[in-house]
Design a protein around this ligand. Structure first.
Ligand SMILES: Cc1cc2nc3c(=O)[nH]c(=O)nc-3n(C[C@H](O)[C@H](O)[C@H](O)COP(=O)(O)O)c2cc1C
Length: 153
């Protein structure tokens, strides 16, 4: 069976973590908090995912810091990305993608969907995307993982 880890950070409402929990309910994956104190050896994995919400137009900065800190990576170099955002941006992973490529990774897939957002003024109007990720968003993430990631490694 493929060994897959996902480095994640989901502090706002746990939106991104909901996607990961659904994936993990189907397929065993190791979830690694991006701010884990110890260096994590990624060399034994077949692929590594990076997952978070979008913060100031980028994936959470702890993911980039993790990539800088951790010198190990899967022999295949395969990585994938999952993110949730308030705006539905399609470019939220751009910076992290470039960082991963510079570190020798190949991106084999990206999944993005909307997540409940109560940042700043949005709180006053009850937040954006209430109820998201919903069942359909979550099923989309599971399908992405099964069809794009598991078949791509
Ligand atoms: C401090 C902060 C900054 C945010 N910046 C953006 C942003 O630039 N673009 C966007 O689309 N969403 C933005 N959001 C919304 C989050 O990306 C969205 O709620 C996401 O689903 C949070 O994921 P999480 O619950 O997994 O942390 C921001 C939220 C917070 C709290």
């Amino acid at each position: 069976m493929a060994r897959i880890a996902v480095v994640y950070q989901s502090p706002h409402h746990g939106n991104t973590k909901k996607l990961l929990d659904a994936i993990r309910a189907h397929t065993p994956i190791d979830l690694i908090p991006a701010e884990a104190e110890n260096e994590t050896d990624l060399s034994g994995y077949d692929a590594v995912g990076f997952a978070s919400g979008i913060y100031m137009s980028k994936m959470h900065k702890s993911l980039a810091a993790f990539v800088e800190k951790n010198q190990t990576r899967p022999a295949s170099g395969k990585a994938f990305l999952l993110y949730t955002s308030g705006s539905g941006t399609k470019t939220g992973a751009k910076d992290l993608e470039e960082k991963l490529k510079a570190a020798g990774y190949t991106i084999i897939g990206t999944y993005e969907t909307r997540g409940f957002d109560t940042f700043g003024p949005f709180k006053l109007i009850g937040g954006l995307n209430k109820g998201h990720p919903d069942q359909e968003d979550i099923e989309g993430a599971v399908r992405f993982f099964d069809e794009t990631i598991l078949t791509g490694i």
